[in-house]
Design a binder for this molecule. Structure first.
Ligand code: ITT
Length: 219
């Protein structure tokens, strides 16, 4: 029944948005909502969950009065590399500007994201500084749902993880972000070499969204 409920996707990341829409097919999702355009949200939480909730609450507020029943769905995600003490972690989108390899104490805090290429180059550089070519790593996605059903305000958080290996030679053109340097456990191809449907069967985002779906269906 809740598959009829409106889900506004609160993300400006095209790769993420596409995956969310694919995994949430069957739900009434709204992507690239006009009313969210230009909204800058400061992601100053200390965990993926905190940041997902900050984003979802901000986008929900932006819907304004008269929004009716429905949820904003926000995703905060990133890559945690074992050999790099869990970095880039919650800083994955802006890592090229924040990595110890690139930052000085006087550097201004960046607002905008770095390119995927720059972020990947940064992780590889840090692996090489440690004289290693690969490391165990985990992709994490936290999903926040913030919304209203029959007048009742609801917040829900879910989390999904994908274990694997980060390698120092990008492979494949599919996906986005760090997909080209991540080989999921039990596979030989990077996520960048997989088709979208394959990634969507095993990904951190799939696991977190699956739990979110079950929650919505239980309402
Ligand atoms: P929104 O906040 O607007 O959703 P964002 O890109 O800023 O977009 P995050 O702050 O959550 O989102 O940063 C997530 C970054 O982590 C993303 O930019 C990628 O670099 C990386 N990432 C997350 N999930 C990924 C995936 O499935 N594959 C590859 N890289 C991923």
């Amino acid at each position: 029944m809740q598959e009829k409920i409106k889900i506004w996707i609160g993300s400006s990341n095209a790769g993420k948005t596409q995956e969310i829409q694919q995994i949430f097919s069957g739900f009434d999702t709204i992507a690239n909502f006009e009313g969210f355009r230009g909204l800058e949200v400061e992601e100053n939480g200390e965990s993926f969950e905190e940041n997902a909730l900050i984003k979802a609450r901000a986008f929900y507020r932006a819907l304004g009065e008269g929004r009716g029943d429905g949820f904003v769905l926000a995703d905060d995600s990133g890559l945690c590399v074992g050999a790099l003490a869990g970095r880039p972690g919650i800083y994955s989108a802006r890592y090229a500007y924040l990595s110890p390899a690139n930052i000085s104490k006087d550097s201004p805090k960046p607002i905008q994201n770095a390119s995927d290429k720059e972020n990947i180059a940064c992780v590889i550089k840090e692996l090489h500084q440690k004289s290693i070519h690969s490391s165990a790593a985990t992709f994490v996605a936290a999903i926040a749902l913030v919304g209203c059903v029959k007048g009742k305000y609801i917040e829900k958080l879910t989390r999904g993880e994908l274990e694997g290996l980060v390698v120092d030679t990008p492979r494949g053109q599919n996906g986005f972000g760090y997909d080209g340097i991540f080989v999921p456990l039990g596979f030989e191809r990077t996520l960048g070499e997989m088709e979208a449907f394959e990634k969507n069967q095993i990904s951190h985002r799939r696991k977190a969204l699956q739990e979110a779906k079950l929650f919505l269906q239980s309402l």
